[in-house]
Design a protein around this ligand. Structure first.
Ligand SMILES: *Cc1c(COP(=O)(O)O)cnc(C)c1O
Length: 408
């Protein structure tokens, strides 16, 4: 009997009959790999030579002084190759693809970051790669599409439905059903049918494994609180996993967008707006209406703009082990500004949610307390959005001139 990955009723694998054998193969391969000590060794070797692991923790002396409360440390997932924790997941799945003897990978992507990470992994391992992207997203995310294509991936615009992420997910499943003998679907976060939530969390757990050792070495004790932003939940699970049995408070920060009352947000676990349902092959909290139609979500951070959430996090919310908070677009831009000025670090807009959550609570803690923030990625990719948020006149001029060059 293969375990279907339920977490107190959340999760599971709601699959079309035709995909059951493929999922069984994946579950088996993953279990075997997990029980093979050489597999994790091989994985960490690759991550250390290809993606700068272990990533350091950085003591944020200036932010600590600024808030006058807890000591603030930052786990630097931004230093990974391709600029975020996503590298941990795709490289790990790449190793499983090799183990299964498959030769092609597919993925779906909304913001494009997971597409770039998957195309990078495919280039490195020599796999064929197809990325599905809603046509609307593809236009919005041209820089990422550009890199996917340079990396040798075929990027397929999805014309169905509203031509965004959920439509791309449907298309990727359609491809998988047709090509499952040769093809693995690289899911980008700790969501979807079993074994993906467990498997993605397993690869991302490298974050917390390192961070636990690093903070103990530096401070001789565990942090008081750990903050991570929550999109699908993979970077949060990655840093939380090693601390679940410790007296450490774990805080997930979701995107409050333009404010909870505006309806334009992406909070599934921290507000009352989401409800439990089954979609995209698994059971969790979804932002859906009474008919089960998915609602439109909004966040300044494209990577947090998602209707579902990891079933493991849904379970940890119910048990009270993880606390969920929110940060609005405005709070996020302010936190980002402050972090850049005080520490010279540029967190991704997604990661800046974790910073905003931590900044709200740091002053009330004491000098003996330690806060650890997961900087899931770097913000260079967000220059278009951030420059707009600051209404930077020099940047607007630059874009105008570039556009005129093409008209000439
Ligand atoms: C994709 C992304 C996220 C959101 O994904 P999770 O699965 O919730 O971690 C967060 N931060 C960055 C930098 C990302 O690129």
């Amino acid at each position: 009997m293969i375990d279907r990955g339920y977490y107190d009723g959340f999760g599971g694998a709601y699959l079309p009959e035709i995909l059951v054998a493929t999922f069984d193969e994946l579950v088996e391969t993953f279990q075997e790999a997990k029980n093979d000590p050489e597999f994790w060794q091989n994985y960490t070797d690759i991550m250390s030579t290809y993606s700068c692991r272990p990533t350091p923790i950085t003591f944020a002396a200036n932010l600590t002084k600024h808030f006058g409360g807890a000591s603030i440390y930052i786990k630097r997932e931004d230093l990974n190759h391709t600029g975020a924790h996503k590298a941990n997941n795709v490289m790990g799945q790449g190793l499983l693809v090799k183990r299964m003897g498959k030769t092609r990978v597919i993925a779906e992507t909304g913001a494009g970051q997971h597409g770039v990470a998957t195309a990078t992994m495919a280039a490195r391992f020599g796999f064929k790669c197809t990325i599905y992207m809603g046509e609307v997203d593809m236009r919005r995310q041209r820089p990422n599409v550009f890199w996917m294509e340079r990396l040798g991936a075929e990027v397929v615009p999805v014309q169905e439905g509203t031509r965004i992420l959920k439509d791309a997910i449907n298309e990727a499943f359609r491809d998988w059903v047709t090509n499952m003998d040769t093809t693995h679907y690289v899911l980008g976060t700790a969501c979807g049918p079993h074994p993906f939530p467990e498997m993605v969390s397993y690869f991302q757990s490298i974050i917390g494994k390192e961070a636990r050792k690093q903070i103990l070495k530096k401070e001789g004790k565990l942090p008081t609180r750990i903050y991570a932003c929550v999109g699908g939940g993979s970077n949060a699970m990655g840093i939380f996993k090693s601390f679940l049995d410790d007296p450490v408070e774990l805080v997930g920060v979701e995107a409050a967008g333009k404010g909870l009352s505006s309806g334009q947000h992406a909070t599934r676990l921290s507000s009352e707006d989401a409800s439990i349902g089954v979609a995209q092959g698994y059971k969790t909290y979804f932002l859906q209406d009474n008919d089960g139609q998915m609602k439109e979500t909004h966040s300044i951070a494209a990577g947090l703009d998602y209707v579902g959430v990891s079933p493991i996090l849904a379970h940890l919310k119910e048990t009270g082990r993880v606390r969920f908070e929110t940060a609005t677009d405005k709070e996020v831009v302010d936190a980002l500004s402050l972090t850049i000025k005080k520490e010279g670090l540029i967190p991704a807009l997604e990661s800046a949610h974790a910073f905003a959550g931590a900044f709200k609570e740091a002053p009330a803690l004491s000098g003996d307390d330690i806060i650890l923030i997961n900087q899931s990625g770097r913000g260079d990719k967000d220059i278009f959005t951030i420059a707009d948020a600051f209404a930077d006149p020099g940047w607007q001029e630059f874009i105008k001139e570039k556009a005129e060059e093409y008209h000439a």
